[in-house]
Design a protein around this ligand. Structure first.
Ligand SMILES: Nc1ncnc2c1ncn2[C@@H]1O[C@H](COP(=O)(O)OP(=O)(O)OP(=O)(O)O)[C@@H](O)[C@H]1O
Ligand SMILES: [Mg+2]
Length: 437
């Protein structure tokens, strides 16, 4: 597609020369001979590039420049004059002229400036072709991930207990679900329990169940999570967070495969497979006597250590494309990754690992300017996700605008919106109150 240029030049000889030359070079050129016509054209359509003489009639090329910029801040303007002075060059620069050519000039000089202008609009930051995405919902082809898949494929069809360790957001729960899905128990329930979210006093009844009358308020029998997972898999998440008293009871369950509901007289047999996960270093906790060694041995039958994303950056492009594709679909967008954007994503350290990358892309799919995820958009999104201290009043309007757009995209779902914006739900509510939404 040929690029469009508007030429503003009162001298008919110069005008014809420039137009003929640029057309021969393959550009589409419109030419006018007065500032009045120039301003009229600029109000009718957007020109990516304007080449204007400075001294034309009662108005100047600086007026053309200002009008062009006002119409479209991305419009590039090359000014030319035979009577350039310090002042006109200053005025041109201050108003954002792309270049300034002293007349007379070689046509090649003009061509160079024109080429540079168009290149600057898209400084080699081409949109990258989306990669062929695998069918899997588990993304990653790095050597370390292939190693994980091998272990998973061997252990999944067995009933062996598995302990999954890894930093936050590395995919521990996703791996646990894959193990279940590729096991003989796949048609049976997979029941996750977040041990860190349940107060120590309640964990026992949550896992083992309660008999009617066990304590005040226990007005009926309640099935525990482990019994609910019977014939299936129970996923004990954040197992490093359970207190020592309960560690003993959990150990007994792992040894005997029996549970005793709180208030029950006898044990019950259960048939469940156990997968546990933690973002702590359990071996170290054992050394520090914060985690029972015998429980650690029981859990550590097969161990999977999920690598942090910064140690498998080679997977970043595939993950990024996977999430762009996913959120383009969900939010009905057509956002593209650019080369510089991909490089910025690859260079980042990802303290929040895949989850952080996922949220960042979700956010950018909704908010990226011009539907392009380039380096600038990535950097802006990363710094926006960094925890901020109170202030930031000057950014209030941009922030309010982003909150509105994200809420609109999530159909008003505040939990999702908070996750995309990288803030806590409480914080979002506070901000909404201030915005009077
Ligand atoms: N390899 C991957 N491919 C695709 N998505 C992934 C991958 N790893 C993680 N995710 C996604 O990232 C998010 C976080 O993963 P998950 O909940 O499994 O992490 P986690 O290790 O359990 O984190 P935490 O310790 O914080 O609980 C999920 O939405 C998950 O689907
Ligand atoms: Mg988890």
């Amino acid at each position: 597609m040929s690029e469009l240029i508007l030429v503003v030049e009162d001298d008919p000889g110069v005008r014809t020369t420039i137009v003929t030359f640029l057309e021969m070079e393959g550009y589409t050129v419109e030419a006018v001979s007065s500032t009045r016509e120039a301003l009229a054209r600029l109000s009718q359509r957007v020109y990516p590039l304007v080449i204007s003489d400075i001294y034309i009639d009662d108005r100047t090329g600086i007026d053309v420049l200002m009008a062009a910029k006002k119409q479209d801040a991305n419009c590039l303007v090359i000014l030319m004059s035979a009577r350039g002075t310090m002042e006109t060059v200053m005025a041109a620069t201050r108003n954002g002229a792309f270049d300034y050519l002293a007349k007379p000039f070689e046509l090649d000089t003009l061509l160079e400036a024109v080429k540079r202008a168009f290149e600057s609009r898209n400084p080699g930051d081409d949109e990258v072709e989306p990669e062929e995405l695998p069918e899997s919902e588990m993304i990653g082809s790095s050597a370390s991930m292939i190693g994980i898949y091998k272990t998973v494929s061997k252990v999944a069809p067995t009933d062996a207990t598995v302990i999954i360790q890894g930093e936050t957001g590395t995919g521990k729960e996703l791996i646990a679900r894959m193990i279940h899905r590729f096991s003989l128990r796949a048609g049976q329930p997979f029941v996750p329990v977040d041990c860190s979210a349940i107060p120590a006093a309640l964990l026992e009844s949550e896992l083992f169940g309660t008999m009617k009358g066990a304590f005040t308020g226990a007005d009926r029998d309640r099935t525990g999570v482990i019994e609910a997972a019977n014939k299936g898999t129970v996923f004990l998440d954040e197992i490093g967070d359970i207190d020592p008293a309960f560690q003993v009871k959990l150990l007994r369950f792992l040894q005997e495969r029996e549970i005793r509901p709180v208030g029950a007289a006898r044990e019950k047999k259960v048939d469940v497979r156990v997968i546990a996960a933690t973002n702590r270093d359990l071996q170290k906790m054992v050394d520090e006597e914060k985690f029972r060694e015998d429980l650690w041995f029981r859990l550590n039958v097969v161990r999977l250590d999920l690598p942090p994303l910064r140690e498998r950056r080679i997977d970043v492009p595939l993950l990024a494309h996977f999430f762009v594709n996913k959120y383009n679909g969900r939010y009905n967008r057509d956002v593209k990754l650019t080369e510089s954007g991909l490089r910025a994503l690859k260079d980042f350290t990802w303290p929040g690992n895949v989850r952080q990358l996922q949220h960042l892309i979700e956010r950018l799919t909704i908010l990226a300017p011009n539907d392009r995820i380039d380096a600038e958009a990535v950097h802006d999104a990363i710094s926006a996700m960094e925890p901020k201290d109170g202030g930031g009043e000057t950014l209030a309007e941009t922030e309010a605008d982003q909150i509105r757009r994200v809420l609109a995209a999530t159909g008003g779902n505040k939990s999702r919106a908070a996750a995309i914006l990288g803030i806590e739900r409480k914080t979002l509510y506070r901000k909404l109150e201030r915005m009077r939404i």
